[in-house]
Design a protein. Structure first.
Length: 528
């Protein structure tokens, strides 16, 4: 999996660059496009955006003016965006399967170790962090463990260990509550780079490598060549001390390859995981300092990235929810939902409520007592960026229909994981053993409970029906255990841990034999 740089852009791409360089969203996408190498799949909307212009004929000297040409390109781009959001018939069927719980659930992997964290970028490849501190690479299609790096992280810390500090005890309590299963705390994958964090502090980097090998095929002794994947250790991030007083609680990559690190010390850091040195080694291993660093006023407990609008969301122990820009790590907005006095928020995600260009975007967060809240964001439809002046829709003057709301029913345990496979769908997982699927389309008609009493009075009409419609629970998948910590949702698959030493896959494609090894968006796992 060697990394290659892109060559010079075609003339049509240069014209496109000129046409849209004035918009912040396009500049952000162009910057990311330059960084992403050919070994990592481009974000689907970005690759389609460029590829569609390859066959556009160039203007001749006798044709219309340059401005007319650029205006024509712009109109063409807008029409592509409108077409791109229309779901295909197969996509619509998968969405219907999701909404009606039409799926087949199977155990796709079983290890000789307890699975505590899991990360998936492109199905069927998955990375698992275990209770013993090992890192596993697995093929969920074949149900095979491909490789394992042992003892990357500490399984447990004990009272006689020098790392067993008050900070460590507080961090583990906030992350796991009464159910500390040991081992790996956080895990993330981007292309061939794997980042993991454990209770000893710091971040470990591993890489996926591949080499071809001959395999016997058929009764006549024929052979075929296939690529065998394996893991190699790269070491710990030099810029982070490996001490329990600097525990890393969360890891997430964005589309440009920046590794975002959330620490219990309240630091949000961004490292460039794309750049390689002359020996094809990640440069981030030698970086003393991150590219970006923002200090929060409270321990960070989770991070999630939404590349579509160029921002991430995180939870802090005391400060509630914060939204930050993936361009520079600066905080755009904060929000402390109203809940139980002793409840804090453990996980959050940004979701798109509908597939149309002017769709409402929302931040959804889950708490330590099982509460789930949602608040609509003020996202510009053209630039796809959160407003600096009024980041939430209820902050817009004369707006009362997008107020924060509490979703029902509550989970009965800490909400630890969230995902969104489609615009309008939300998946939540908690320590109550349930994974719930919610309809979060703005078109649903289920009433919801407003956050505060004074908000409720303004938010409900005489019939008691909410004047704005927010997620309603469609169904729950039960049978998980309190160890559930990771869920990943694609167009066709829901992948989850939380079942001891196994990975569970729920298939919504209707045909379990048609596994997701396609290269396009509809066939691939397409987790974003």
């Amino acid at each position: 999996m060697t990394k290659q740089q892109y060559g010079y852009p075609t003339l049509s791409k240069i014209l496109l660059w000129i046409c849209f360089s004035q918009t912040a969203a396009f500049e952000r996408q162009l910057h990311r496009w330059k960084k992403i190498n050919s070994s990592i799949r481009l974000h689907d909307s970005l690759s389609s955006f460029y590829d569609d212009f390859e066959d556009v004929p160039m203007p001749s000297s006798s044709s219309k003016s340059d401005q007319d040409w650029l205006d024509s390109l712009k109109r063409r781009h807008e029409s592509i965006e409108r077409v791109a959001i229309q779901p295909s018939s197969s996509s619509a069927q998968y969405l219907q399967n999701w909404k009606s719980a039409n799926c087949e659930s199977t155990v796709r992997l079983a290890l000789d170790d307890w699975i505590r964290r899991m990360a998936v970028e492109n199905y069927p490849l998955a990375v698992c962090g275990s209770a013993s501190g090992h890192i596993y690479l697995a093929d969920l299609e074949q149900g095979q463990e491909l490789d394992c790096i042992r003892d990357v992280h500490s399984a447990q810390l004990h009272e006689d260990d020098s790392l067993y500090t008050t900070t460590f005890q507080n961090a583990i309590r906030d992350l796991y509550g009464r159910y500390d299963g040991g081992g790996v705390i956080a895990l993330a994958i981007k292309g061939d780079i794997i980042a993991s964090a454990g209770r000893e502090g710091g971040v470990h980097i591993a890489r996926i490598t591949g080499e071809e090998e001959d395999i016997y095929k058929g009764s006549r002794g024929g052979t075929a060549r296939q690529t065998k994947l394996s893991l190699i250790r790269e070491g710990f991030l030099r810029g982070l001390k490996n001490t329990s007083d600097s525990i890393v609680t969360s890891l997430a990559f964005d589309v440009s390859g920046t590794l975002w690190v959330g620490g219990y010390d309240g630091r949000l850091m961004g490292y460039d995981a794309e750049e390689m040195d002359g020996n094809n080694q990640p440069v981030l291993l030698r970086q003393k300092y991150p590219m970006f660093e923002t200090k929060l006023n409270s321990p960070i407990l989770s991070l999630s990235i939404n590349d579509d609008i160029g921002c991430g969301v995180g939870c802090t122990r005391e400060g509630g929810i914060f939204i930050f820009s993936t361009d520079d790590g600066q905080v755009l907005a904060t929000w402390k939902p109203v809940g139980k006095r002793d409840e804090f928020f453990r996980t959050a995600i940004i979701v798109q409520n509908d597939p149309d260009p002017e769709s409402v975007w929302s931040v959804v967060c889950g708490g330590s007592e099982g509460s789930v809240f949602q608040r609509s964001l003020n996202v510009d439809a053209l630039s796809r960026s959160v407003s600096d002046a009024a980041p939430f829709r209820d902050m817009i003057e004369n707006t009362t229909h997008e107020l924060p709301s509490k979703l029902r029913p509550n989970h009965q345990g800490v909400v630890l994981a969230m995902a969104s496979p489609y615009p309008g769908l939300l998946v939540t997982g908690a320590q109550d053993g349930n994974v719930r699927v919610w309809d979060c389309s703005s078109r649903n008609t289920s009433p919801v409970e407003a956050v505060e009493e004074e908000v409720a009075e303004a938010n409900y009409d005489d019939t008691g029906v909410s004047s704005h419609n927010l997620p309603r629970c469609l169904y729950a998948m039960t049978g998980y255990k309190v160890w559930l910590g990771s869920i990943f949702a694609g167009k066709k698959k829901l992948v989850s841990d939380g079942a001891d030493n196994t990975i569970i896959v729920h298939s919504f494609d209707g045909e379990e034999d048609l596994l997701l090894r396609d290269d396009d968006e509809e066939g691939g796992f397409a987790y974003e």
